[in-house]
Design a protein around this ligand. Structure first.
Ligand code: F6P
Length: 326
């Protein structure tokens, strides 16, 4: 592989607060080290539709505080086909791009892995997703901001739950992972979190009801991870209505507001560190790895590890939640 001169950068999949801080960090670190940078719009789709512009330091001015992604994002079906990937490769060659930095979640890094292998093309991944579900990194970019948003929302719902002495099921995102639900529950002082990681082990709802939810107060807040494994907040509220008459619950689905907003300091710093480390990795001849953070150290995680392994939840957190909600 000839020496890398030009680096392409794209954001893909669900947007996450801090993606802009990552774009800024990759762009500036690359230029600092003498590379040229090209911004690719709309994720992998932009490689197929040829939406690519030169990126200078000014292109990333005043974006560190912005949510979303200035490069836009997409979930691109065409890139999942060999024909689509061939078109993407041709576009990269046409623009003289010798390496890619892909910021995204599980699906985006899966695409990166396939493409990198098929075309022997250097790609570095950055974990950008509110779900925190990538293995090998303690945190993903956007997770902390989403967690804070959830906490603020639950604080507000608590006001009405307490006034009406009601049970609330609040559904949060996370795809197949319960990190947002579990840590959101601890941060907001909720009574419980129903998460996919333990849904197959016990009937979490029955356990909750049998324990009398909360003995000292009449209102209760339960955070539910959106996964099909938990069945979601609506289904749980319906079950309560049918199986435990008298415990009528209300439902609130937080939805996409969890993906918006200005990134927290923690996400901005994480994105800046990981973005700078992506360029170090390329200089270090690393290929096809995701940059992660582990015990406050930068780590390189092979794509195959980052996307294939189920990231375990910390059981101590579950125990803490149980003990604090008596
Ligand atoms: O991966 C981020 C995420 O927000 C998940 O938590 C959620 O399941 C999914 O994306 C929603 O995707 P979309 O915005 O395409 O509906």
């Amino acid at each position: 592989m000839p020496a890398i001169k030009t680096i392409g950068i794209l954001t893909s999949g669900g947007d996450a607060p801090g993606m802009n801080a990552a774009i800024r960090a990759v762009t500036r670190s690359a230029i600092f080290s003498g590379f040229s940078v090209k911004g690719i719009y709309r994720g992998y789709r932009g490689l197929i539709t040829n939406e690519i512009v030169d990126f200078k330091t000014q292109n990333v001015s005043n974006i560190i505080q912005m949510g979303g992604t200035i490069l836009k994002t997409a979930r691109c079906k065409e890139f999942q086909t060999p024909e689509g990937r061939q078109l993407a490769y041709d576009t990269l060659r046409q623009h003289g791009i010798d390496a890619l930095v892909v910021i995204g979640g599980d699906g985006s890094l899966t695409g990166a892995r396939i493409f990198a292998t098929e075309f022997n093309f250097p790609i570095i991944g950055l974990p950008g997703t509110i779900d925190n579900d990538l293995y090998g990194t303690d945190k993903t970019i956007g997770y902390d901001t989403a967690l804070n948003t959830i906490m603020e929302c639950v604080d507000k719902i608590r006001d009405t739950a307490t006034s009406h002495e009601r049970l609330f099921f609040i559904e949060v995102m996370g795809r197949d992972a319960g990190f947002l639900a579990l840590n959101g529950a601890i941060a907001s002082g909720a009574e419980a979190a129903i998460i996919p990681e333990i849904s197959t082990e016990v009937d979490q709802l029955a356990e909750l009801i049998q324990n009398g939810f909360r003995k000292s107060k009449n209102s209760s807040i339960v955070l539910v991870a959106e996964s099909p494994v938990t069945a979601g907040a609506r289904a749980l509220a319906e079950r309560v209505k049918n199986e435990y008459p008298g415990d009528d619950g209300r439902v609130s689905i937080l939805g996409h507001l969890q993906r918006g907003g200005s990134p927290t300091a923690s996400d901005r710093i994480l994105a800046s560190r990981l973005g700078a480390a992506a360029i170090d990795a390329l200089l270090d001849d690393q290929r096809n790895v995701m940059i992660g953070i582990s015990n406050d150290n930068i780590v390189y995680v092979p794509f195959s590890k980052a996307i294939k392994n189920d990231k375990p939840i910390n059981r101590e957190l579950l125990d803490t939640l149980r003990r604090l909600s008596i």
